[in-house]
Design a protein around this ligand. Structure first.
Ligand code: BGC
Length: 358
């Protein structure tokens, strides 16, 4: 592979419907791996990594223009907040007060509400370190935004490292007790964006248990063993092996759309959560995180109505998401690890997507 100098550049990407200017940053590492990130939603719009022969392909689904991201995106590549995944009945109690959120997913609230962090324009600052090129994004979410309490000050730093990883460091502080659960919603296809489904990809998830859901995809509260179910990815398994199972959970999710409870050894060091390998290209991604759980989603609700950056339509199963997170609906489930953030404390999590090929 040719060694080049790592670099970062920016260009105007467009203007939102409400008149805010959006920039696109291009980060390139010493191996020529290139990521594009826009300040709207902190969206990773493109990520070009080599296959086993050194050929580059864009391994994330996306669009070619801002309007599509603003109006029809199923969260392609976006930063998700204040609360990744669902909160049941779009409400929760905190310190004796009831908070009501927008209903944007049947009877529930999904991914921070109607105008979550995926639809905000973030302030950007370029950075460079020994390990790679960085883009620091920040956003101040005002008290009451989308129904959540507290002014929440959020910083997310993307680093494209010279060992072909995207590292995402999330931090947040609040001036009122609140809940927070941040993630990134990239849709990956290791054979290349637009190349078909990911059903031949081989997945390993380091989880003995997962959180089964009700018909509206809210956890029942049970931490169920994956053993003997299509959710057993403790050894590498092809997606096709289980995705057509008649298991009731698979029917609810229309495929994989479940939160896996990671087998953590420490409370918050970076540990491996998952690995996905595409036998056709040889590309692999490892996901490392400080979070307790990960949502494995096989783009079940992507239904051929979107024309993407590949030039073609996206269909069900064309990508997988591995969203590191706390469990869905944690504010309503006291037995789950807490998502409460108090004034004076700092929310800090890190997730790394590390690419390789063989
Ligand atoms: C959820 C899915 C949802 C998707 C896109 C995932 O995190 O678990 O149910 O359809 O995001 O909205």
């Amino acid at each position: 592979m040719t060694q080049t100098n790592s670099s970062i550049s920016k260009r105007p990407y467009g203007t939102t419907a409400s008149g805010q200017a959006v920039e696109e940053y291009t980060l390139t590492n010493a191996n020529g791996v290139e990521g594009k990130i826009i300040t709207f939603g902190g969206i990773i719009t493109s990520l070009r990594v080599p296959d086993r022969k050194g050929s580059m392909a864009d391994v994330v689904l996306g669009f070619t223009n801002l309007t599509d991201y603003e109006t029809k995106s199923p969260y392609f590549g976006a930063l998700i907040g204040r609360y990744g995944n669902r909160i049941g009945k779009a409400s929760f109690m905190l310190d004796g007060a009831q908070y009501t959120l927008a209903l944007n997913d049947g009877p529930n609230s999904l991914h921070g509400g109607v105008k979550g962090f995926d639809k905000k324009v973030w302030s950007a600052k370029e950075g460079k370190s020994d390990t790679g090129i960085a883009l620091e994004l920040s956003y101040l979410s005002p008290d009451g935004e989308e129904g959540y309490p507290g002014n929440l000050s959020v910083t997310v730093t993307y680093t494209l490292t010279n060992d072909n990883a995207i590292r995402i460091d999330y931090s947040a502080t609040t001036d009122k007790t609140t809940v927070v659960n941040l993630t990134n919603h990239s849709y990956f296809n290791l054979a290349g964006n637009g190349s078909g489904t990911i059903y031949d990809h081989i997945v390993q998830i380091y989880a003995d248990r997962y959180t089964p859901v009700s018909g509206t995809l809210i956890p029942t509260g049970e931490l169920a063993p994956v053993a003997g179910t299509p959710f057993d990815f403790r050894s590498p398994k092809v997606v096709n092996g289980g995705i057509r199972s008649g298991h009731q959970q698979m029917v609810y999710g229309r495929g994989y759309d479940h939160n896996f409870v990671l087998n953590r050894k420490t409370d918050n060091a970076l540990e491996i959560a998952a690995r996905v390998y595409d036998p056709s290209s040889g590309r692999a991604v490892e996901v490392w995180t400080t979070e307790p759980a990960i949502q494995f989603y096989t783009s079940n609700f992507v239904d051929a109505t979107l024309v993407g950056s590949s030039g073609g339509i996206y269909r069900q199963g064309d990508a997988f998401c591995l969203e590191t997170q706390h469990y869905p609906d944690s504010p309503n489930q006291p037995a789950f690890p807490t998502t409460t953030l108090k004034p004076g404390d700092t929310y800090n999590t890190t997730t790394v997507y590390k690419f390789s090929a063989d």
